[in-house]
Design a protein around this ligand. Sequence first.
Ligand code: ZN
Length: 326
Amino acid sequence: MDKFYIGGIDIGGTKIAAAVAGPDGPMIRLVQPTAKTGKARALPEQTVSLLEAACERAGITKDALKAVGVSSCGPFATVDGLLNLATPNICGGRTPDSDLPNDWVVIPLEQVLREHFEHVVIENDCVAALIAERTYGALQDVADCAYVTWSTGIGFALCVDGHVLRGKHGNAGHAGHMLMSESDPAKCGCGNVGDVEALCSGRHLGKRLNMSASDLLNAAHAGDKAALEEVRRAAQWFGRALYNLTATLDTRCFAIGGTVWMYHGDLLLPIVRHEIESRLPALTEGVSIVRAALGRLAPDIGSLCLVSPPEWQQHWRQTSPWQKLM
Ligand SMILES: [Zn+2]
């Protein structure tokens, strides 16, 4: 049989990445800043060009790609049965006071990709990361689990009875926008006041003390009282979000990634754990919190997982070939 190849695209608010992989693993990964000017097609066309460039560097043609997996920040909007991006961080037309250099309301992601590739699978980036962690990482053999990223933003992906939840537009898991506080004026980029992301994401952490999130977390590590109190509040809100999901979905294990957790998990974990374990033991007993195993590459590995054949996955599980991209 002829060798065949697959492509993986990861779309974020600040950068996009394109990877090409063969049976033995990812061969190349290229990164560019996310296009935010021109027509709404500009971004998907940029992903196609970047994937073409990755093919060239890997010594193959674009036509050798039998399938392309895409992991993208959401939310999505379905228009005529095709997935469009409706992301406030990229689409300037979605919020009246946006400072983005475009007036895009939706981006025709699936339509443009289908003009170039026969087989395309698109998932939310947290869903792709969840699938990667379930295939190769910290959530193997756990049927009731969630992937959570605590970074600039806060994202979730949820799995119940072994089924990854997707919802009517593929937006299941946007629990970062669950409303939590009536009294806290923290405002999220989505427009909500007092939602999980506004209360504890890296974008907002430290605002009250006029500090960046990393300065705040470092000050807390060093024992600064005001910083510690601020971090405790954020971790409490985050823990309550995990409790709410446990109560709703009967989750067994949360794998948490993202820069805030990656660097400060030791400080945050006891507070988060207490928020879960101090409530309703019948629901919360035995719930575990683990560190996501695939790090910042989880969405990229996830995009490849969406379209890689099972026999490749078996092979990759033994060889961890993505490590050369780390
Ligand atoms: Zn929000």
